[in-house]
Write a protein that binds this ligand. Sequence first.
Ligand code: GAP
Length: 488
Amino acid sequence: MSVQSDKIFQSIISHAKEYGFVFPSSEIYDGLSAVYDYGPNGSELKKNIRDYWWKSMTQMHENIVGIDAAIFMHPTTWKASGHVDNFSDPMIDNKDSKKRYRVDHLIEAKADILTNEGKADEAEALLKQMDILLAAEDFVSLKQLLADNKIVCSVSGTSNWTEIRQFNLMFDTQLGSVAEDANTIYLRPETAQGIFVNFLNVQKTARMKIPFGIAQTGKAFRNEIVARQFIFRMREFEQMEMQFFVRPGTEGFWYKFWKEARLQWHLSLGIDAEKYRYHDHVKLAHYAKEACDIEFEFPFGFKEVEGIHSRSDFDLTQHQLYSKKKMQYFDNDIDETTGKAFGNYIPYVVETSIGLDRMFLLILSNSYEEETITKEDGTTDSRVVLHIPTKIAPNKLAILPLTKKDGLPELARELMDECKPYFKCFFEEKDAIGKRYRRQDAIGTPFCVTVDHQSLEDKTVTIRYRDSMLQERISMDKVKDLVLNEIF
Ligand code: GAP
């Protein structure tokens, strides 16, 4: 990360804390590494992103329904899914500093340095080589790659490394009071398995016909060894996942469909397409047949925000095997080539999986601007503004009586009472109006309305637009619809 990008990223983190978006968890005890709490504005923004995703999945697609499965699941779930045996990352320890690193993170950091030095081709070649070695699980060559590229521990500065080993990322805990093996359960590392084990419950009760999807949002937990970059990589985080069940043989079509559809969802928030790119996987997860990431250009470079995975019939087949319960679907549509019904089969699955916290960071990074304003008289001023898309902004409208007297707060309250059943509003009567505008800019409120003495006479107000800072006079009874038009 360049010095300038690092400065901006640090400013975003400070801003997020100062304005009640994100706090370090249990901060009075010096925090807990890679765990964060969301404050008043943060929890609104997070909820709005979640709702925007949920609506796009379960309301805009008639063949997708939602569920809310428990975090704790029968431990065999994770044996069947392959997470007990395969959900691990290659790690390496530095013998001098005793620090542990994910090998791919060390190599990615080196690639970032090369890119910043203007050696983008070298960086790309390094990452390509890493992908190939990771896919082959060739840890000897991977360690050699560290040596060849003079990758050292940032704490000790040495390359005195241990061998590379795999570490499982699942947290376990005990169910009940007796600490025996049989009672060991896991905190789910992905929400997807709650969908797979409920596949037939949902299909039957919601009377779904293939192709159909099941969507879910909820917490997931991973014991990330190197958690870093604020809320980008956390140990407790939230996922928004959708498993789309399809007829075998059609998964290639649906993989392409969801790859494109998910990028369009991101762009529907008005985010610049240039900031996105796809990254097709070379090293596939243990369940994947084809997979790609949607990457976004964070201040620390292009990084994954969402994954689209063609998971074949792996999960349902595994659950059928371990539970000894049929996971089949009966398809009575007619196969044109045979003239007979498709009959019983285990569906194939295409998954879309996005981290809610990572999407939150994407929105913050993309919205944050330290703006210099040139005024009409040629002097300059500055403001920090969050250009959060109106649809997901924590507050949609701030209602600001110019003074605390002359009946202005009462009139402003009338507008507040009219609007607050429809969208989140903020009411404030303290401080000079310019100061109040700046505070709203800093939390991303798209519209501010000032109620002044003229409002008492003709029921008009001044509306100020966050991004352009333009102001205009409009009738008070038009405010609610103006905001509603921007939200839907
Ligand atoms: N069910 C598939 C699955 O979990 P993944 O690529 O491991 O796939 C999906 O995770 C998404 O979850 C990622 O694209 C990322 O946005 C988010 N995610 C994964 N690990 C995370 C972590 N430690 N902290 C925050 N978000 C994470």
